[in-house]
Design a protein around this ligand. Structure first.
Ligand code: SF4
Ligand code: SF4
Length: 209
């Protein structure tokens, strides 16, 4: 089923353009301020609430351990995350890619049911709710098709490369009605989603809404 997601666009700014960087982030985009150390800025959302989904996953995308909400100054209300040197090249690619789109965000139409890219080479960890869903959904047989690693129950990947989830058949999930929470919760339109699509299809497939 097609869905439209609103994706934040990555833009770069010089330190002298901080106010413009703040405006872009507050409007839903992701700003990268290129000081000696690069800093990513995104909207932190309402105080005391979890970070907005796309900002949270943008921080996860650059795998940084250093991020914090900004509580005073012109950037108050934003979250700041360090872009480590290892991630500069990748972030530069995202900024170049997003230069084709105007504004702080852009809508995209994606169809998870005909994509399947994130089902390739990603381990799916099962929780108690997933196991119950298998049983309640008349698919107790799936319990026999799990594996364990360090005490964690997983959906196994196929042995051959590329190593998709064993339930992916011709790029469609064969257990879609009872698919695990990790699969349900993985947000389409994040950098992680786009990277999976690029890895599988070999290009940035970003159809406009
Ligand atoms: S890669 Fe993205 S669009 Fe494709 S199935 Fe996963 S979340 Fe959906
Ligand atoms: S269970 Fe379905 S949605 Fe989840 S990884 Fe496997 S094929 Fe993809």
């Amino acid at each position: 089923m097609k869905e439209t997601v609103v994706r934040p666009l990555w833009r770069s700014f010089e330190p002298s353009q901080l106010r413009a960087a703040v405006r872009h982030a507050k409007a839903g985009g992701i700003s990268v301020v290129k000081e000696r150390q690069w800093q990513m800025l995104g909207d932190a959302g309402p105080p005391g609430e979890p970070l907005p989904l796309m900002v949270d996953w943008a921080i996860r995308a650059i795998e940084t351990a250093r991020w914090a909400e900004i509580t005073d100054g012109v950037a108050k209300g934003l979250v700041q995350a360090a872009v480590t040197r290892d991630w500069r090249e990748r972030v530069t690619e995202w900024i170049a890619r997003d230069a084709a789109f105007e504004g702080p965000t852009a809508p995209f139409v994606l169809d998870c049911e005909t994509c399947g890219a994130c089902c390739v080479d990603n381990a799916v960890v099962l929780d108690a709710e997933d196991l119950k869903r298998f049983r309640d959904g008349g698919r107790a047989d799936l319990l026999k098709r799990t594996s364990r690693k360090n005490g964690v129950r997983l959906l196994p990947l196929a042995r051959e490369k590329p190593r998709p989830c064993i339930h992916l058949k011709e790029l469609r999930c064969s257990i879609y009605p009872v698919r695990p929470n990790m699969c349900r919760d993985f947000p389409a339109g994040t950098e992680q989603c786009l990277t999976s699509r690029e890895d599988l299809y070999g290009h940035h497939d970003l159809p406009k809404a």
